[in-house]
Design a protein around this ligand. Structure first.
Ligand code: FE2
Ligand code: FE2
Length: 245
């Protein structure tokens, strides 16, 4: 059976050496899963040195790794360099879709960072100042990128990997005042339209582990903080992903 491990919010910094390695070897990810998905905030401050440390730490992971970036990875405006540093070990998806085969099962992965915007009935509106319009349009663009990435996939079993949340349910636990900065309802529209089999995100460190879109798509908050610094593992059974660990 195809198995995927998922984690988000590694936030690697100078003091992370050895720590991330342990996270993956404590239970031995190489025995538990066939691929690893990382849902953004790979680095703490978006530093190249942090990406280099992550690359070193990830050497213990022998299965293919797919990731999206998070807001922290954008902090120093060096996202392209971070992607470059990681490229031999991690395929970073930014509005991209990729079809792969896991133990004979065709699986498509669409990845995008996503953005803010909020959730009904209180979503940010593109009205008034240019700065606010730009904020809303940045969210719209990420939702479009997700739609484009999902459109590229040929596999029937589609997985969406995000950093920001597409649903409110999985950010509950955070302060309501920041909900609009933790995700956007607009990201859930392509998930429903393309009938993804499951969606993952990070970013809401103190959120809730599971939620659903209006169309019934299961959304999991994969931030490591909610799982005592662990990754989670899902197994594909008759077209459905069942959580094992
Ligand atoms: Fe984070
Ligand atoms: Fe984040």
């Amino acid at each position: 059976m195809a198995r995927i491990a998922v984690v988000a919010d590694l936030h690697v910094h100078e003091q992370s050496k050895g720590y991330i390695k342990k996270l993956f070897l404590r239970r031995d990810i190489n025995k538990e899963a066939d691929i690893l998905l990382i849902g953004g905030d790979l680095t703490q401050n978006g530093k190249i040195r942090e990406a280099e440390i992550l690359l070193e730490e990830l050497k213990v992971v022998k299965i293919p790794i797919y990731a999206v970036l998070g807001n922290h990875d954008y902090q120093l405006n060096k996202k392209d360099k971070i992607i470059e540093v990681l490229k031999d070990k991690v395929l970073v998806l930014d509005g991209d879709g990729i079809d792969i085969e896991i133990k004979g099962f065709k699986v498509g992965i669409a990845g995008v960072k996503g953005f803010c915007g909020g959730f009904e009935p209180h979503v940010a509106q593109a009205y008034g100042e240019k700065a606010l319009k730009d904020f809303v349009f940045a969210g719209d663009r990420e939702a479009e990128k997700l739609d484009e990435a999902l459109s590229e996939l040929e596999s029937d079993v589609k997985i969406a990997l995000l950093h920001y949340s597409p649903v409110k349910e999985t950010i509950i636990g955070e302060f309501p005042e920041i909900f609009a900065f933790l995700g956007s309802k607009k990201l859930s529209v392509p998930l429903d339209y393309h009938k993804v089999s499951i969606a993952f995100h990070g970013h809401a460190h103190h959120g809730t582990i599971i939620g659903k879109t209006d169309g019934g798509i299961e959304v999991h908050n994969a931030t490591r903080i909610l799982y005592h610094n662990n990754y989670i593992v899902f197994e594909l059974k008759e077209g459905k992903w069942i959580r094992k660990f």
